[in-house]
Design a protein around this ligand. Structure first.
Ligand SMILES: Nc1ncnc2c1ncn2[C@@H]1O[C@H](COP(=O)(O)OP(=O)(O)OP(=O)(O)O)[C@@H](O)[C@H]1O
Length: 466
């Protein structure tokens, strides 16, 4: 049977995640075009892709769908007003009333036009059967689709498409960065590393931008922040800027800031009733004795707030030792906390790796002989471990309390159940992948796909002062 088309029809472009578009069928035009904005090529030249936004509903510029497709070429196209423009060209499938066939589309700015899609001769000729018959006097000969599908898509349904992902890191060569790049590429995405400290920002209401090496960075679908402790403040500002560009950030800036501030993080965990070693903190040196008393009989733990890799963690066996460490810290003007020593942990802690709302891997770290700190940087060793249901729940609650989607939660096994030591927002992958044999990097990308690939976004209204 011949496919009959009116001069306007509903079509869908399933591979682009566009379930319903009104198209103008125009046999006077050779090529077909799709309205696209922020059209940005990405990926290696041999496998070039293009990422673009579409307003499928001409009257609703607040509904944006993000698409990516393989590039066919970039060609000169002369439009009906005689102007020639270089356009990105892609191949995709069109579907009309259950009939589906591949067509070539050029991407162009059709903003302000009644139809955001134009179906030309070439696409009609590509129809596998007898060429469709166009009746220019008729409208909507084929079924009317309507735009309801976009409301459903706003609620969920990720589309499978190639994503453009940035890893914010100063260390693109280390194991964790390499594994994330590898895992993302293996899943068909394009992954770029960006040195956080080299980013600079244009802060304005209309079009927030992040710049690097003299040019504005493109739009990313997702960002994996790996912000080192030494640049937390600037790093989180960069993450915040990426958030305003609409990128899905695996960990949001405020969650990174909260987890980095040990005192604040402890307060958040305590507020949510999550078990942790009793912890005390004071600002004035006059309160040293009272502070030690709050924690109880030594041995006690003293921790620099800025500590990482166990470097600023001291076990004071006696009250005298505790006092002299405190006075040393105070002389250095260093902030610290005093903590109950969980002796029964026996120099072991459990690192639970949380991705999304799951603990995807766990390892037990054991301190070197004569050492109480189990950090791998302090000579500790790691083995895979089965965690209890309670430990799993505590780890998830801790990551959730801080708002982290990708976190390393460190627990001590105490007589009174698991006690959270800290929640790390840039957990290393080497120890956990090697000990647990889990492909954590791949799981991070599965999480990103669920959260970032959802193509439809409702654009936040920018309220202008005028
Ligand atoms: N209250 C405690 N009781 C017993 N052991 C502790 C306690 N606090 C810390 N430890 C041990 O010391 C190690 C380092 O502590 P912590 O993780 O707090 O330090 P950090 O410098 O913040 O390390 P990270 O690089 O993991 O952030 C822990 O892994 C644990 O083995």
């Amino acid at each position: 049977m011949t496919l009959e088309l009116g001069w306007e029809e509903w079509v869908s472009l399933p591979k682009l995640g566009l379930p319903a578009m009104k198209a103008k069928v125009d046999t006077g035009a050779r090529s077909s075009s799709l309205h696209a904005f922020t059209v940005e090529p990405f990926g290696p030249p041999s496998k070039l892709k293009v990422r673009f936004g579409v307003h499928p509903i001409p009257e609703r510029p607040d509904i944006e769908v993000y698409c990516s497709a393989d590039v066919l070429d970039r060609r000169d196209v002369t439009s009906s007003n005689g102007e020639t423009e270089k356009r990105w060209t892609i191949e995709t499938d069109i579907e009309i009333n259950g009939e589906r066939w591949p067509i070539i589309l050029t991407l162009t700015d059709r903003e302000g036009m009644n139809f955001h899609m134009l179906l030309g001769r070439q696409a009609l000729e590509a129809y596998p059967g007898e060429a469709p018959r166009v009746s220019p006097t008729k409208s909507y000969v084929q079924p009317v689709l309507g735009y309801d599908a976009y409301d459903k898509m706003l609620a969920k349904t990720p589309q499978k498409r190639a994503l453009r992902v940035a890893i914010l890191t100063k260390e693109p060569k280390i194991y964790s960065s390499r594994r994330l790049i590898e895992a993302g590429e293996a899943r068909g995405h394009v992954v770029e590393t960006i040195n956080t400290s080299r980013c600079y920002m244009l802060i304005n209401a209309e079009k927030p931008e992040v710049h690097y090496d003299g040019r504005a960075l493109p739009s990313y679908d997702a960002v994996i922040p790996r912000i080192g402790a030494s640049i937390t403040a600037y790093g989180t500002a960069v993450v915040r800027q990426f958030e305003t560009t609409g990128a899905f950030c695996v960990n949001r800036s405020e969650a990174i800031s909260a987890s980095r501030d040990k005192l604040y993080a402890h307060q958040i965990l305590a507020r949510d009733g999550i078990g942790m070693p009793t912890t005390a903190f004071a600002s004035s040196p006059q309160d040293n004795e009272a502070l030690i008393k709050l924690i109880g009989q030594p041995p006690i733990i003293l921790k620099l707030l800025e500590s990482t890799q166990g470097k600023g963690v001291v076990l004071a066996e006696t009250k005298k030792a505790a006092e002299s460490v405190i006075s040393a810290f105070r002389n250095l003007n260093a902030d610290f906390l005093v903590q109950e020593f969980v002796k029964e942990a026996n120099g072991e802690d459990i690192r639970c790796l949380v991705v999304g709302n799951k603990v995807v891997a766990a390892m037990k770290r054991s301190a070197a002989p004569g050492e109480f700190r189990s950090n791998l940087h302090q000579g500790g060793s790691a083995v895979s471990v089965r965690i209890t249901k309670q430990e799993r729940e505590v780890a998830l609650r801790a990551a959730r309390a801080l708002g982290l989607g990708f976190a390393g939660v460190d627990l001590l096994r105490s007589e009174n159940g698991p006690k959270v030591l800290e929640v790390n927002s840039s957990p290393g992958l080497e120890g956990i992948e090697k000990s647990s044999k889990k492909d954590v990097a791949d799981l991070v990308f599965q999480h990103i796909e669920k959260r970032a690939a959802s193509t439809v976004k409702r654009r936040r209204k920018i309220v202008s002062a005028a």
